[in-house]
Design a protein. Structure first.
Length: 351
């Protein structure tokens, strides 16, 4: 009896950041035409679940030689190799597809000029993986603001008992700038809380039906700001969106309103934001991203009583790697069958 032979290996996948064994196994079992290289001893150890950067780490000379061989032979990367970001095009001449573990890779792609230096390599983002945690971060921020949670935390720390009055979210208005998949999830949660949802997207008619009550183009931002109790920024960072919220835009918001930024720090003029908070016009800011990260120790934002500082962790979840693996395996099937991949990075748009 002739034993059936395995199909020849067509692709070699190199997993470039730490991944749990069950997810590595899922990728290995997905298709016999791929070889999976995963060497956790050659990768930076994670500091928390789904950490794709890792802590302090340096390979030995021998380990580095092995890693460079792996880079040179792989045709597919799961994640970027963060130990060789600058010389990656030279060290990985055979890679034809990179699946990123982040949705916002525009600045990385731009700084390293990967689209020019790796013109034959397709890069796909992790768009969609972080929808739920980011939407819940926005909902959390709005509830914290309306119920004055930061005041409660300070009072508890001081062992101070004094009754106060908060507010309700029902009937309030949230303006979502960047009504993509995350924005639609924010809209869904906001409507469940009884809020009115205004949305801004680049092409209002391109996304089909929306959960927002109103959908507008970016040019309408100035007119919509006075209606917003909450301004939520989810837009990608491009030449058009950089600094889109400055002193003039903040002044147009209702007194006491709140800014929630889960997009990119450079969407906002940070000094104008600090001044608006100090003057008391803006009631609060709930920030997951900043112009400079980590946030400098001398930034006034650390000490402001009406600011929540999140260390760019609104998107992270202990379920993230499972979602990333599912996305990668779905794209792997598409890749092996010559079909269009999900979330292909567009250099012209920057995302």
């Amino acid at each position: 009896m002739i034993e059936p032979s395995n199909p020849p290996v067509q692709e070699t996948i190199l997993i470039c950041s730490w991944l749990e064994a069950e997810h590595v196994g899922q990728i290995r079992r997905h298709d016999p035409r791929v070889r999976v290289e995963y060497h956790p001893d050659l990768l930076a150890p994670p500091r928390y679940p789904a950490d794709h950067t890792g802590g302090a780490f340096q390979r030995s000379e021998a380990a580095e030689a092995i890693w460079r061989q792996l880079l040179g032979s792989a045709t597919i990367f799961f994640d970027f190799d963060r130990t060789h970001l600058e010389d990656l095009p030279r060290l990985a001449p055979n890679v034809r597809w990179i699946q990123a573990t982040s949705a916002g890779i525009g600045q990385l792609m731009h700084r390293r000029r990967y689209s020019e230096r790796m013109p034959d390599t397709v890069v796909t983002t992790a768009s969609g993986v972080h929808i739920r945690p980011l939407a819940e971060f926005v909902a959390l921020s709005m509830m914290m603001h309306s119920r004055r949670t930061l005041d409660m935390i300070r009072a508890q720390s001081a062992h101070h008992w004094e009754r106060f009055s908060g507010s309700d979210l029902e009937g309030r208005t949230v303006l979502i700038v960047g009504l993509g998949a995350i924005g639609e999830s924010v809209a869904k949660l906001s409507r469940a809380l009884g809020m009115t949802v205004l949305g801004i997207r680049r092409s209002p008619g391109s996304g089909g039906s929306s959960l927002a009550h109103e959908v507008h183009r970016p040019e309408a931002l100035s007119d919509l700001l006075p209606r917003a109790d909450f301004l939520v920024l989810i837009a990608p960072l491009t030449d058009q969106t950089r600094g889109m919220i400055g002193a003039e835009e903040l002044a147009r918001l209702q007194p006491g309103s709140a800014l929630i930024n889960i997009g990119r720090g450079a969407l906002v003029d940070e000094m104008a934001l600090i001044q608006s908070l100090q003057l008391g016009h803006l009631g609060g800011a709930y920030l997951d991203v900043f112009q400079e990260e980590p946030l400098p120790p001398d930034s006034p934002l650390w000490e402001m009583p009406n600011v929540l500082v999140s260390p760019h962790s609104g998107s992270t979840s202990d379920r993230e790697n499972a979602r990333l693996t599912d996305l990668f395996c779905n794209n792997l099937t598409r890749w092996l069958h010559g079909q269009a991949l999900r979330n292909v990075y567009d250099a012209k748009r920057g995302y």
